[in-house]
Design a binder for this molecule. Structure first.
Ligand SMILES: Cc1cc2nc3c(=O)[nH]c(=O)nc-3n(C[C@H](O)[C@H](O)[C@H](O)COP(=O)(O)OP(=O)(O)OC[C@H]3O[C@@H](n4cnc5c(N)ncnc54)[C@H](O)[C@@H]3O)c2cc1C
Length: 290
């Protein structure tokens, strides 16, 4: 399939990219890995007269710990997350997530920033970043601003990014000791979007109770959002199966998936419940709680 005609721009710096986006306004789009945008253009589900490729701008691909945050450059590829030593050893929830996105070919091109900026509730990183309480860094004509992940997703395929802003970094607060997280996904076949998936991040205190909890689901509604009622159900509770089961029930209750070839609403809700419970148990295990 052939996309509509567009002009291609390859700026060498973030400032040049922002200048192009400001000049062309709504007729321009950032292209990063192209793994969501190009299919959209080819299927003619979207249009762009100008594509501003940020793929040649140096300095946007990194994963490092600094100043109390894990910092992920906006153009870091999924494959780089999978290879990252710090991700493998300290943030296994991110490895869980990256390795179930599409297939290795897509992951060699697809970027973490693009996964969030696309605003697709079927994408896997939104739930994980909600559970981790990430912060999105955006650069635009007026400089840099930070957007808490809870305010980032504003609608179906819509985010808080302005048309002339570039997502340059994702910051994840480094969790305290006795923390752990997990992301579990049910897919029809390898490479598919989630039938249901759950992200859970927990911190336990010395007495073995939940001190901090982050829970979010994938493909559970039009906008990625945290499962607040499920989180509230766990704070201050001792780790046990009944508490986890109640939190998972609340998470599924708040989900509003749509019926499609992946299953009925009832099936998806039930899978969300099962996965939320399993993700919580794995997160607790990784936090050293069991
Ligand atoms: C076969 C296939 C299977 C897939 N399966 C999955 C899956 O299982 N799970 C999953 O999560 N995703 C899946 N995807 C989607 C894809 O992997 C993600 O959406 C991808 O990570 C997007 O990143 P990208 O760099 O390719 O973004 P692009 O396609 O380049 O851009 C996507 C959107 O984000 C904007 N954008 C990108 N980067 C920035 C930035 N830095 N600043 C501002 N705006 C930006 C673009 O303007 C565009 O609107 C699949 C894709 C394919 C082709």
């Amino acid at each position: 399939m052939i996309p509509p005609v567009f002009d291609y721009h390859a700026p060498a710096s973030v400032a040049d990219a922002i200048a192009l986006l400001s000049r062309f306004g709504d007729s321009a789009k950032v292209i990063s890995g192209g793994q969501s945008l190009l299919p959209l253009l080819k299927l003619r589900l979207g249009t762009a007269e100008h594509l501003v490729d940020i793929g040649r701008i140096p300095g946007l691909e990194y994963v490092r710990e600094e100043g109390g945050y894990l910092r992920i450059g906006g153009r870091t590829r999924e494959a780089a997350l999978e290879r990252s030593e710090i991700v493998r050893t300290r943030f296994p929830i991110l490895l869980d997530t990256a390795r179930v996105i599409a297939d290795p070919l897509v992951r060699n091109r697809a970027t973490v920033g693009g996964n969030l900026a696309h605003g697709d509730p079927a994408n896997d990183h939104p739930a994980t970043m909600l559970a981790l309480r990430a912060i999105v860094v955006a650069q635009g004509p007026n400089g840099e601003r930070t957007i808490p992940i809870d305010r980032f997703f504003t609608g179906l395929f819509a985010t808080a990014l302005a048309a002339d802003e570039i997502l340059t970094e994702i910051r994840i607060p480094v969790p305290p000791g006795r923390s752990g997280g997990a992301y579990l996904k049910l897919e029809r076949k390898v490479g598919d979007y989630a039938t249901a998936a759950a992200a859970a991040q927990v911190t336990l205190d010395g007495a073995g109770t939940f001190a901090q909890v982050g829970i979010a689901l994938t493909n559970a509604g039009p906008v990625p959002a945290r499962a607040s009622a499920a989180e509230d159900a766990l704070i201050g509770k001792r780790v046990n199966d009944a508490a986890i089961a109640e939190a998972a029930r609340r998470a599924a209750e708040a989900a509003s998936p749509t019926a499609d070839r992946r299953g009925s609403v009832e099936y998806k809700r039930e899978m969300a419940r099962v996965l939320a419970a399993r993700a919580l148990k794995k997160a607790v295990e990784r936090a050293g709680g069991r």
